[in-house]
Write a protein that binds this ligand. Structure first.
Ligand code: DP6
Length: 421
């Protein structure tokens, strides 16, 4: 290593969004490289409401790679972390920071260690995909630190080896993960279909559903599906290829009815192949089913879809409304059926873009209690309410891809010691 102070710490901080699939990835053809059995398409969520921030640091003082997730030290010995670290290290270039007087030659990286601190701005316990944003952020920030010259597509193929859905978090807007054909996975990468400004009318409401049940992880769930479900092959070979073409067209032309039809059908088929797995996997619960039927009834009564729903490997509903006006009407319906507990504070029941409350004409709990039943409900059916069945709602929108945070005050590691602040 070049002549220099031995006590330096060089670091980079980045922020990466999470994403929700509208055409689902479910099933691998290679477990280690994480190669899928079909293409998938997702929408990136606004990182101001849901994101991971990661600081990566390198220093000659560090004796081994270490990582802290939400301020708790975790092990990096797992295969997925090791694969991402190895792939990114092998692509490192020379780095020079003249101001700090630091010079790292390409070959020095093999003998240097990292400290990594990562933080999610949403509760991990909410069961929202944190691994997608997490691995995307890890790969993106390390690539910046090590002056990796690869483009986002090539970085997506590395993030994919951390968690499949992570490859789609390297872009904003709508993103397609191309399954690829290569045995080594070189062509299994994410590409951006359109950026976040293309369809900026869309509003996304996430219902974080209370659940006591321990869910099957995506990794083991999809393995069991591939091993036992006769339906999943039909889905991957016959259904998804056609749907992906139609979905790309719907997104490009901002055709909301087609987008909603495809999104809902694909979510339902994903849960159908889970049910077709032996033993069956249940990710949705009664609350999820009630939300589906509320949206389906409303969409049918309007004659054209107002809202699309999609559910991942858990009971939370992700609802995509065609515009703000529809999102406000949706929120009124959701609050009618799922009011907060009587002692709850409305501002912690609706988080993210809280201005949606004003659009829905709701200021306090009294306004929630005064909401009339949705007009599409037939008068002769008594309406039941499900207080407490939703923990809270997040209001968000399509968002941008990863960014570097250059302000050192946003770093999660101390610039002197390289330890968590
Ligand atoms: C239902 O990406 O979490 O969210 O690749 O094993 O880490 P691994 O799985 P993961 O699976 C995501 C499954 C899904 C659908 C999707 O995001 O496409």
């Amino acid at each position: 290593m070049a002549e220099q102070k031995s006590s330096w710490v060089l670091m980079v901080t980045a922020q990466t969004p999470t994403n929700i699939a509208v055409i689902k990835y479910w099933g691998k053809r290679d477990e280690t490289l994480i190669l899928p059995i079909n293409d998938s398409i997702s929408v990136t969520l606004d990182p101001s409401h849901l994101c991971t921030t990661t600081t990566v640091a390198v220093s000659p003082q560090f004796t081994h790679d270490r990582m802290w997730l939400n301020a708790k030290e975790i092990s990096l010995s797992g295969g997925r972390y090791q694969n991402c670290l190895r792939e990114i290290r092998s692509r490192a270039s020379d780095v020079e920071d003249e101001k700090k007087g630091i010079k790292i030659a390409k070959e020095d990286w093999d003998n240097l260690h990292f400290h990594i601190a990562s933080y999610n701005n949403f509760p991990t316990a909410a069961g929202l995909a944190s691994s997608a944003a997490g691995f995307a952020c890890l790969v993106y920030s390390l690539a910046k630190l090590m002056n990796v010259k690869e483009d986002s597509g090539q970085l997506s193929a590395i993030a994919r080896q951390g968690s499949g859905s992570a490859c789609r978090s390297l872009y904003g807007g709508f993103v397609k993960w191309i399954m690829g054909k290569d045995d080594k996975g070189a062509d299994s990468i994410a590409v951006q279909l359109v950026d976040e400004n293309h369809w900026d009318e869309l509003v996304i409401l996430i219902a974080v559903v209370s659940s006591r049940q321990k869910e099957t992880s995506s990794t083991s769930g999809m393995r069991e599906t591939v091993e036992t479900s006769p339906l999943v092959l039909h889905r991957a070979k016959e259904v998804v290829p056609k749907r992906v073409i139609e979905m790309e067209e719907a997104i490009k032309s901002r055709d909301f009815p087609a987008f909603a039809r495809l999104t809902c059908s694909d979510s339902n088929q994903f849960h159908a192949v889970c049910l077709d797995t032996s033993p069956p996997i249940f990710y949705m619960n009664d609350t999820s089913h009630r939300i589906i039927s509320c949206v389906e009834k409303w969409n049918r009564s309007e004659g054209t879809p107002q809202v699309a729903y999609t559910f991942d490997a858990g009971p939370n509903a992700v609802l995509i409304a065609r515009n703000r006006k529809t999102a406000a009407l949706l929120l009124q319906r959701l609050l009618f059926y799922f009011p907060p507990q009587s002692d709850a504070d409305l501002s912690s029941y609706i988080v993210g873009d809280k201005s949606i409350l004003k659009d829905a004409g709701i200021q306090d709990l009294k306004d929630v209690e005064a909401l009339p039943p949705p007009p599409e409900i037939k008068d002769n059916i008594p309406t039941q309410k499900y207080k407490g069945d939703v923990s809270y709602f997040i209001c968000t929108r399509p968002g941008r891809g990863p960014v570097l945070l250059t302000d050192e005050s946003q770093a999660l590691l101390n610039p002197e010691t390289g330890l968590p602040k």
